[in-house]
Design a protein around this ligand. Sequence first.
Ligand code: SF4
Length: 469
Amino acid sequence: MSAMENGLVQTAARESAPPNLEAPPEELVRRYDVPGPRYTSYPTAPVWREPFEPVELEKKLEEAGRSPDEPLSMYVHIPFCKTLCTYCGCNVVISRDRKVADKYLRRLDRELELVTARLGERRKLSQIHWGGGTPTFLDQRQTARLWEAITSRFKVLPDAEVAIEINPPTTTCEQLSQLRGLGFNRISMGVQDFSPEVQRTINRYQGVDQTRELLEHARGLGFSGINCDLVYGLPRQTPEGWQRTLELVLQMRPDRFAVYAFAFLPQQIKHQRKLPVDAMPKGPAKLGLLLAAYQAMVKAGYQAIGMDHFALPDDELALAQSKRVLGRNFQGYTVKTAADVVAFGASAIADVRGCFAQNAKVLADFDKALDEGRLATVKGMVLSADDCRRRVVINSIMCNFWVDLGQDGASYFARELERLRSFESDGLVRLSGTELTVTPLGRYFLRNVAMVFDAHLADAKNVTFSRTV
Ligand code: SF4
């Protein structure tokens, strides 16, 4: 559904406001630092239905197939990692034996068969994303096999964004060369923190030289939009160690950074219970790390993108944000997302014709479904018209710090606009007619602004979200 169809109007491009490099007042942090969703989707996953029958997704895939010329986005989840990083919040399977992936690839092949049977002639891809786990857990033969399984069924458009997440300690330059040869053109690598003390605590060992070598090799091969992930809020992070990490990664000059707040959820993620809670920076100390990153990135010439990303001014994400056309899906910020996302692998989430559908997270459940010849969907939701409208609003706030609520926005969102008055007096947003603009100060509280438009928050009252600031 387009923004227009939702009653939302895109206006002409405008310069985004310069970022706020001052720490927000502590009093505001105290008031607004509450548990809240990150809005990688709206409605958020905790309010989806479980069980959710595969037939719901099948109907939507058939509906999607009736527009054969529209491109699709594709996500493929490779859940394997060689070792477990104790802070990890992803759906992972730990193994040192690459052979475990062979069986998984057979199931992916079956899943591709089942999905394409329903998509009919709709086979163009404008975006592919392999995520994990560690997609480069696959050896070169396995990588080629998966690529062939995809490209024998789908047509990758010439200007498609073809991205892969890599874990530098387990990825070789030869693997990168193979990926580039196949057609991958974007790469995202985890860095998190270079301090040995932090790396020991989170069981993730990654050298500076190793990271630099891979990044430079990727650049030499012609990958663009090279991204490095950093995480703040990890145990034993100190302002000095974090500053050193920032200096080191900035010297490598990737095109983009994602600077994520560590989501500490020990109730849901068992292995996080091993982490020393007392050694985690919290409140103002944690915010200080974000601020240090913000200042270092901006000083080095990067533009703040959405909630927690940075990009060089000539990067496509920065250009799209300046025009207020930046998009976001489960794979992050993008300019190439299609209206429908098909997804493959354990825990992968499809987003087709207003329906979210997530596969079983446990590998054995995923395997069983495919072995029985059915899709592995276990959880999902069909969106109402109101959900679709709020989804566009929340997406625009999270991506572009701005939204026009549309001609009837004042009446449709009267309650929300009323609630935003206090945000306005705190200097976090500006309201003008039906336009809402998040101020540079308000960017620290972006999730709080989005929460005002979330009609399902009350349904998720038993869910533990990470903190918003
Ligand atoms: S490499 Fe990434 S996905 Fe794998 S365990 Fe570490 S953080 Fe999790």
